[in-house]
Design a protein around this ligand. Structure first.
Ligand SMILES: [Zn+2]
Ligand SMILES: [Zn+2]
Length: 211
């Protein structure tokens, strides 16, 4: 099956990719790109190089968190405080993921309280507190949504909801409402390519400056 994230991981030829698909930073098993449809500047995705459906197994890995924190530090230094979220699919073709069932963590510059906004959403989900490490056990084989206001590696404390009905672009809707762009949440029609390009450009520069 064709997967845009696997394509990005395997194509070493940066010139063949659009600017938004250019890898900003990578480790042996993970890479970071700016998000298509990121209506907030500085919005990045941390992706596994291997094709996985979700990050359950990555959350137990020290190298994942080391890389995620490195990326989040870059984003924070350039764009301010960040939150993180994941929509963990459990099957190919699930509509819970944002058009791709390849594991990725969203890191978004946002000074508000994403956990509280998720809990208050009119989309009725059953949220429970969870650390990232606990997701594998709590979610078992269910699809899930996870968000956290702060990083603390595997001990990252956030809110977890198991998904019974497909829920499309949940966090994008919540964030779009919060920043006053309620009609622009849908990345399929609002791609914000200029923002993605700006994010990739600025983060690549700061990454080079600190390395
Ligand atoms: Zn993939
Ligand atoms: Zn996504």
């Amino acid at each position: 099956m064709k997967c845009r994230f696997c394509d990005m991981a395997s194509s070493r030829e940066a010139a063949s990719r659009g600017v938004a698909d250019r890898i900003i930073l990578e480790s042996p098993d993970f890479y970071a790109v700016s998000s298509i449809g990121g209506f907030i500047r500085g919005w990045v995705l941390i992706c596994t190089k291997q094709h996985h459906l979700n990050l359950k197994s990555s959350y137990g890995r020290a190298d994942f968190w080391a890389f995620a924190e490195r990326v989040a530090d870059l984003v924070r230094s350039e764009f301010g405080p960040t939150v993180m979220f994941e929509h963990g699919a459990n099957a190919e073709g699930s509509s819970t993921a944002c058009g791709s069932n390849h594991a990725h963590l969203h890191i978004v510059p946002f000074a508000g309280n994403l956990e509280a906004l998720a809990l208050q959403s009119e989309v009725n989900l059953s949220w429970m507190p969870s650390t990232a490490n606990e997701i594998a056990v709590l979610a078992n084989d269910s699809e899930y949504l996870f968000c956290a206001n702060r990083f603390n590696r595997g001990e990252t404390n956030g809110q977890l909801a198991l998904i019974e009905r497909p829920t499309s672009q949940f966090f994008r809707r919540v964030l779009a409402d919060a920043v006053g762009l309620p009609n622009l949440f849908d990345y399929k029609v609002n791609r914000f390519e200029e923002f993605s390009a700006d994010t990739a450009h600025r983060l690549t520069q700061v990454a080079q400056a600190v390395s």
